[in-house]
Design a protein around this ligand. Structure first.
Ligand code: TQI
Ligand code: ZN
Length: 273
């Protein structure tokens, strides 16, 4: 951890720094904002020593946190606040988790079954992709998924078009692709159930750029079915927009599922001698 610059030792008298300026003072301010967590990755690239758009966003965030007028400029009031003695710990944790967790299943063994299949993909491909999508989660947290052919299960999987008997009808091609219900007590009897819009052009072929990768969407929906909400982290499987196949979990997804279920328990079935 580097020492933050001591703003009280800067020449501050009647200075006003704003967009477009550059120099060593700007560099010190940037390093101050960085140290306390105000220069966030999501603000974009930072030009060292230049009062750029990213610096302005960080200044706005700082002003907001300290109840100062949010001008985006380093005015005397803002500089005066920065020059005050303060705690050396960051105000905004640098690696703050981006995931959200809603609710969890009480048991670590979950069952699923298929109520219907797609008209767009072969049943065997769907079964294989669902197995692989569940495995992404079960490899990283203490959950196991087993398929059942009938009877009461935790996660009911179905493909449907338009109105399909819950409160959330599908909307035809594109738009909403699928939805899943969070673990109990959310969703009542639908808890965990995962529905796919069969008006989408589902594919199991990653090089089919016209289609929507079923495994990716299934893995995202199962994230909801085990209790995760969306992540603020671009690149997380639980980030709320689809930008092509992503058949792996990001660190943030792993942190999310482990916060609910803990790391995978040591296998007792003899396969890791
Ligand atoms: N379906 C939404 C989704 O699963 C439904 C939804 C919106 C939702 N907000 C929610 C479900 C909060 C649970 C909790 O995100 S979607 C993507 C992604 C959709 C979107 O059809 O828009 C994926 C389905 F993230 F790529 F945009 C799957 Cl992977
Ligand atoms: Zn989602």
């Amino acid at each position: 951890m580097t020492t933050p610059p001591n703003i009280s030792q800067m020449p501050l008298n009647d200075m006003l720094y704003s967009r477009g300026m550059s120099g060593d003072e700007i560099r010190s301010i940037q390093s101050y904002l960085q140290h306390y967590g105000y220069l966030q990755d999501r603000f974009g690239v930072l030009h060292d020593g230049e009062y750029d758009d990213t610096t302005e966003k960080a200044v706005r965030l700082y002003q907001c946190c300290f109840g100062l007028p949010v001008s985006g400029k380093l005015d005397p009031a803002t500089l005066c606040e920065m020059a005050k003695p303060r705690c050396g710990f960051e105000d905004i944790p640098a690696m703050g988790s981006a995931f959200t967790a809603v609710s969890r299943w009480e048991q670590s063994q979950l069952t699923y079954k298929f109520n219907s299949f797609s008209t767009k993909m072969a049943q065997a491909d769907i079964e294989r992709d669902v197995t692989a999508a569940f495995a992404l989660w079960s490899e990283q947290c203490d959950l196991r998924f087993t398929v059942a052919s009938d009877g009461a299960v935790d996660i009911e999987i179905e493909f449907a078009q338009g109105d399909h008997g819950d409160e959330s009808p599908f909307d035809g091609p594109s738009g909403v692709l699928a939805h899943a219900y969070f673990p109990p007590p959310n969703g009542g009897p639908l808890a965990g159930d995962t529905h796919f819009d069969d008006d989408e052009n589902w594919t199991s072929n990653v090089s089919d750029t016209q289609g929507i990768d079923f495994l990716t969407v299934a893995a995202h929906e199962f994230g909801h079915a085990i209790g995760l909400g969306h992540s603020r982290q671009r690149g997380a499987l639980m980030f709320p927009s689809y930008s092509g196949p992503q058949r792996f979990l990001a660190m943030d997804d792993i942190a999310g599922c482990q916060s609910l279920y803990g790391p995978p328990s040591i296998s007792t079935d003899g396969d890791c001698a």
